[in-house]
Design a protein around this ligand. Structure first.
Ligand SMILES: NC(=O)c1ccc[n+]([C@@H]2O[C@H](COP(=O)([O-])OP(=O)(O)OC[C@H]3O[C@@H](n4cnc5c(N)ncnc54)[C@H](OP(=O)(O)O)[C@@H]3O)[C@@H](O)[C@H]2O)c1
Length: 417
């Protein structure tokens, strides 16, 4: 972007996920990319820059940007130096509001990987108008919301080719094979429960991020068995499904995409995310077990003394799973099926999967999105405001494919008719 010192500025670069973002940039962005690492510790940033130089000595090293306090007065002038901010400072609801505010005011584009949906609602309420005026494109929650949001987008696009009235439902089965959490992620789960209590996880509103005027008056209820025991049978998704711990944070992102683009999704659209539990004869028991464990687990860690106890067992800030082990054992796999509004004889199927470390995957999703935002906004302008991963469209899908993510979509006759 003309007049900016940097294309990208990475906040939280010294954290576990921030360092993975920095490494992704060094390995994958053009060697002459103008970028900076931002943080509060000059010594930690200096160490990071030396580590990055070892990874790829031929590239221009990042600038180093330091601040003493995360407040708008100090952060405002810093974000003005860059086209896009990639932010890894979490728990986001505790620390990152001033960064979002500064970006919204200055027209600086922004991406992060928060899971704090209620914080997203808060920053949309506070800064949407400013961002629309300044032209800042703000995409919080690029993971874990990105994969289901992109699948729903691809399915809706595919269905629109055969059904003018759009899509009535997308059901997704998403599985994250994770071997361990970082200190930052675990702290964020506990801090979110401390701030908002367990009710969001248990009874959250999947349309909470949509502009209020667009929320449907009648939201489809899940089937009774699914509501009570978590259990839902969707043969097109390979068997039984159950309650997903991350589903309630992902569904609002998909519904925001739908609300902002009713021509694509149609007016009856609904999205639901589950966790797959497989094909065994007793899978309804597994579904019920996972459902109750999820609810029980959330309630238990909402009890302050137990939460305090758990904090003592967490990895320290800045630490996380061993990357070599995570690369070998972790994966993200999403399947989804879409039902057209009128054409009951057809179904759209989509898949999104990648083998490897989930924290590296988060870094990949954020850094690829940041690059697409930089390119899209530079070439033909882009409407400012709070957006979703799928607003980056096929450019984002293609860039993710280029970075090794398998993404596919197809239309098929419905086998159940
Ligand atoms: N959605 C996903 O898939 C996903 C994946 C990974 C992480 N996350 C989220 O991303 C966040 C970071 O996770 P992480 O594991 O990378 O955490 P981490 O290792 O603890 O890193 C946190 C970063 O934030 C900075 N920071 C913390 N408090 C600060 C403050 N008051 N002022 C300035 N900087 C501050 C730290 O700087 P210092 O080094 O100076 O302390 C560090 O750079 C968490 O909220 C986590 O839930 C989400």
């Amino acid at each position: 972007m003309a007049g900016k010192e940097y294309d990208f500025m990475l906040f939280g670069a010294t954290g576990y996920t921030g360092r993975l973002c920095a490494k992704f940039i060094v390995k994958n962005y053009n060697t002459n990319t103008r970028w900076a690492v931002a943080g509060r510790s000059p010594a930690a940033l200096k160490r990071l820059v030396s580590d990055l130089a070892v990874l790829n000595p031929d590239r221009t090293p990042p600038g180093v940007v330091t601040f003493t306090k995360l407040d708008e007065a100090e952060i405002g002038p810093l974000v003005q130096k860059t086209c896009v901010v990639i932010n890894g400072i979490g728990p986001f609801h505790r620390f990152s509001t001033p960064i979002v505010a500064a970006c919204a005011k200055s027209g600086t584009h922004y991406v992060d990987f928060t899971t704090e949906t209620l914080w997203m609602r808060d920053i949309i309420d506070k800064y949407e108008k400013l961002a629309v005026e300044s032209g800042a494109v703000l995409i919080p929650g690029i993971t874990p919301g990105g994969p289901p949001d992109l699948l729903a987008y691809l399915i809706a696009s595919e269905i629109l080719t055969i059904d003018d009235s759009g899509t009535s439902e997308v059901i997704s089965a998403g599985k994250l094979d994770i071997q361990g959490m970082s200190g930052g992620s675990a702290t964020t789960v506990l801090d979110s429960l401390a701030t908002w209590g367990p009710w969001w996880f248990l009874f959250g509103n999947s349309w909470i991020l949509a502009p209020r005027a667009t929320v449907p008056s009648k939201i489809p209820r899940p089937p009774f068995m699914s509501w009570l025991f978590g259990y839902r049978q969707v043969s097109e998704l390979g068997g039984a499904l159950t309650t997903s711990f991350v589903g309630i944070n992902n569904e609002p992102i998909v519904h925001r995409s739908c609300a902002k683009n009713p021509k694509l999704y149609g007016t009856k659209f609904h999205f639901k995310e589950y966790l797959p539990v497989g094909k065994s004869r007793w899978n309804f028991l597994s579904a019920g077990f996972v459902h109750f464990c999820t609810y029980f687990g959330v309630l238990v860690i909402s009890i302050p003394p137990l939460r305090a106890l758990l904090r003592m067992l967490l990895p320290a800030a800045g630490l996380g799973p061993d990357i070599a082990e995570a690369r070998a054992g972790e994966s993200v796999v999403y399947h989804a099926v879409g039902i057209p509004s009128s054409r009951q004889d057809m179904r759209a199927h989509a898949v999104f999967q990648r083998q490897g470390s989930l924290y590296e995957f988060t870094a990949l999703m954020a850094c690829v999105a940041a690059r697409v935002i930089r390119d899209k906004t530079a070439i033909r302008g882009f409407q400012g405001g709070f957006s979703t991963p799928s607003s980056l469209g096929m450019e984002y899908v293609e860039a993710l494919r280029g970075a090794g993510v398998e993404i596919g979509v197809s239309l098929e006759p419905c086998k159940l008719l």
